[in-house]
Design a protein around this ligand. Structure first.
Ligand SMILES: Cc1cc2nc3c(=O)[nH]c(=O)nc-3n(C[C@H](O)[C@H](O)[C@H](O)COP(=O)(O)O)c2cc1C
Length: 215
């Protein structure tokens, strides 16, 4: 299985960084190929604009969707966008690793969606598309699990993330795999953090075993 981890955290020693490292190690040990797009380390530009295109259908009036379509039809995208397209087409599974910020992804990852998920190539009529690939959210939160319990917390978070899950992942035709969520890693002790990592490791092992079985 080819796995692309799109990772958004400014601090490599964060818990998100630990999850990223663990995924690279675990998936590697299982014999999978892994690439990481470390958005902060790459200084990924999250701001969509005229620089996203090699040529313009209309240089006098910027319509992002029209230019995305035009780029797909021939001239192509800016090199940083094209590089991400290549990784996405290479991947069988895409893992989005991030801290929950304002009940969503950090802006740098939102900008990745804005600029890289382009009409005409990644989705829409006549596009090559990402259909048949899988996607998974792996993220951390600030608070502990509420008194209602972990299953309720997961369902609550799943509802908060509908714009990402339905609006992006499912909209692109990706098959959404169960998320892995580490609840409030900053507020728990080392033993609990170790437990989170061990559980994530098992999550990855089970998930990729299923992928292999269905290939
Ligand atoms: C800008 C910002 C917004 C945040 N918004 C939320 C939020 O909406 N819900 C939540 O549970 N935690 C929120 N947090 C807390 C982070 O999710 C938490 O610090 C992070 O997941 C911990 O992982 P880390 O140690 O790898 O950074 C926010 C933190 C920041 C900096």
């Amino acid at each position: 299985v080819n796995v692309l981890i799109v990772y958004a955290h400014p601090e490599p020693r964060s818990f998100n960084g630990a999850m990223r490292d663990l995924a690279v190690q675990t998936l590697g040990e299982l014999g999978h190929q892994v690439q990481v797009s470390d958005l902060y380390a790459m200084r990924f530009n999250p701001v969509a604009g005229p620089g996203d295109f090699r040529d313009r259908a209309d240089p006098t009036h910027l319509s992002i969707l029209r230019e995305q379509r035009y780029a797909a039809a021939g001239p192509g995208y800016a090199p940083d966008i094209a590089a991400e397209h290549e990784k996405l087409f290479w991947a069988d599974l895409i893992i989005f690793q991030f801290p929950l910020w304002w009940r969503s992804v950090p802006a740098i990852m939102k900008g990745y969606f804005d600029r890289v998920f382009t009409l005409g190539l990644i989705y829409g009529r006549g596009s090559k598309g990402l259909r048949g690939k899988k996607a998974m959210l792996a993220y951390t939160t600030g608070g502990p699990v509420s008194e209602d319990g972990e299953q309720e917390e997961i369902e609550w978070l799943n509802r908060q993330l509908i714009p990402i899950r339905e609006g992006i992942i499912q909209y692109l035709g990706l098959e959404e795999l169960p998320p892995y969520i580490a609840f409030g890693p900053a507020g728990v002790d080392d033993a609990k953090r170790e437990q989170y990592l061990e559980a994530y490791r098992n999550h990855l092992i089970q998930l990729t075993a299923k992928q292999e079985a269905t290939r």
